[in-house]
Write a protein that binds this ligand. Structure first.
Ligand code: SAM
Ligand code: SF4
Length: 461
């Protein structure tokens, strides 16, 4: 048996990377690694990178610079610290990373994580290892499942990747190049993973994929199943109280998924549906393959199925050729939909994507000015959305202890953080909470049943 070693995995970017980071750590357990939160103690540091915007890649290189100092300090203590770069920067830049940053020992693409133990062993022997091929075998089958204690440590809400890759080729986006073509995992394999999570205490599962509603995995009869059917299957898993999914594409929001929102109480009324722009001209240049009207139509169909549905979105400002009129169309769309929140980004030219070659790139100051205006509008809508819950009683899934003694933090159906005084044994269950205050980042409330008991006691006195 090999001597115990420690691994620290640092995630950048999206939730898919968070999931992959957990799975990498799980896969290294049989090779004698345990996870550490302290970088200084690590024998292996994995940077799980994101390549979606330019700054994301720059961050990785400055992080490697900092790690180099730790690696040198470890060497002075007679210890070998390995540095690995994983994820989309690894996939896109491959061995260029080792050329540019000699402190890096191994570079591993996003489809190859199951090969980590073998690669680490080679790097340990002094080899610089690069593996960014898209392999034929299914990485999910080859990845070690998490142990019960690891699941419990990660909390009652878990991510599960059900789909990877993208065939849409939006003109600004690197994902189809870094994550490859769309692939869906089979229904029963996902159900088995969810059952395992539930058995170890997980109560909420968020299904994730670059294009999660393009999901088309095979069911137990060998028939292709859409996301609606997968959600129906997972709603049957004992212990699972809540289901969510992200990120969706407006074109893949089919009738069956809309029906699932109507039918499944466990499916939360909250959908992240990126639109990117409210201008048809820009949407066409982005190759989004939907118009502003199509998007609004999808929202209407979803709301017809479930009236309390709320939406969040992604926006890009300053796409090449975006005029003030185009930008105002985006602001108008925000007012039409009234989003509960959004991520917004300045367009960042990514080498190799068609938009990077387009004329009429927008100056930085203009992008920055539009981003501020867009974010001000989103914040206004988000505040109005949150304020609407004042005095309402919500179902809150209690997740963990809060900052104050006796306080728990949970999530409302619309994913808002809710702070409430409640006993610790309530973690993992859904309680009714009456909202008494709206903070900047959380809602505050009182257990509704407790309020009810107190009211009865007062009436009886
Ligand atoms: N598949 C999802 C979709 O179609 O909306 C989004 C995936 S991407 C990881 C997340 C977000 O990053 C996108 O929705 C987009 O707003 C943003 N993004 C992607 N490429 C970008 C770029 N080149 N510049 C700025 N933002 C970008
Ligand atoms: Fe990127 Fe477009 Fe695919 Fe989303 S749908 S991952 S934005 S190419």
């Amino acid at each position: 048996m090999s001597k115990p070693r420690k691994v620290h995995v640092k995630s950048f970017g999206c939730q898919m990377n968070v999931y992959d980071s957990h799975r990498m750590a799980d896969t290294l357990v049989p090779a004698g690694f345990s996870e550490t939160a302290r970088l200084e103690d690590a024998d292996l540091v994995i940077l799980n990178t994101c390549h979606i915007r330019e700054k994301a890649a720059d961050k990785v290189y400055s992080e490697i610079g900092r790690l180099r100092e730790l690696k040198d300090a470890a060497a002075r203590d007679g210890r070998k610290m390995l540095i690995a770069v994983a994820g989309c920067v690894a996939q896109a830049e491959g061995k260029e990373i080792i050329r540019r940053a000699g402190a890096v020992d191994l570079v591993i693409g996003s489809q190859n994580y199951h090969r980590l133990p073998e690669m680490v062993a080679r790097a340990q022997g002094g080899e610089k290892v690069v593996d960014t091929e898209f392999p034929i075998e299914d990485k999910f089958d080859a990845l070690a499942p998490p142990r019960r204690d690891a699941i419990a440590r990660r909390g009652i809400s878990a991510f599960v990747t059900v789909q990877e890759g993208c065939d849409k080729f939006c003109t600004f986006c690197v994902v189809p190049y870094t994550r490859g073509a769309e692939v869906s995992r089979p229904v029963e394999k996902i159900a088995a993973e969810v059952a395992r999570l539930a058995d170890a205490g997980v109560r909420e599962v968020t299904l994730i994929g670059q294009n999660v509603n393009a999901y088309h995995g095979l069911d137990r009869n060998g028939t292709q199943s859409g996301l609606g059917n997968l959600l129906r299957r997972l709603a049957e898993v004992p212990g699972i109280l809540r289901l969510r999914y992200t990120t969706s594409h407006p074109r893949d929001m089919d009738d069956d998924l809309i029906a699932a929102h109507r039918e499944l109480p466990a499916l939360m009324p909250y959908v992240h549906l990126p639109v990117q722009s409210g201008s048809d001209r820009i949407l066409a240049a982005m190759n989004r393959r939907h118009t502003r009207g199509d998007y609004l139509d999808v929202i209407d169909r979803l709301k017809a199925g479930r009236a309390d549905l709320a939406f969040t979105s992604d926006f890009i400002v300053g796409f090449p050729g975006e005029t003030e009129t185009d930008f105002r169309d985006t602001l108008a769309l925000i007012d039409d939909v009234g989003f509960a929140g959004a991520y917004s980004f300045m367009y960042s030219a990514r080498p190799g994507t068609p938009a990077a070659e387009m004329d009429a790139q927008i100056p930085q100051e203009e992008k920055s000015e539009r981003l501020q205006r867009l974010q001000a509008s989103i914040t206004r809508h988000q505040r109005a959305f949150n304020a609407g819950f004042l005095g309402h009683t919500l179902d809150v899934l209690l997740e963990k202890s809060g900052k104050l003694a006796g306080q728990l933090v949970g999530r409302s159906p619309h994913l808002l953080a809710v702070q409430v005084m409640a006993p610790v044994q309530f973690i993992g269950s859904i309680k009714r909470v009456t909202i008494s205050e709206i903070g900047t980042n959380s809602l505050f409330g009182t257990l509704a049943d407790e309020l009810h008991i107190r009211t009865l006691a007062t009436a009886g006195a």
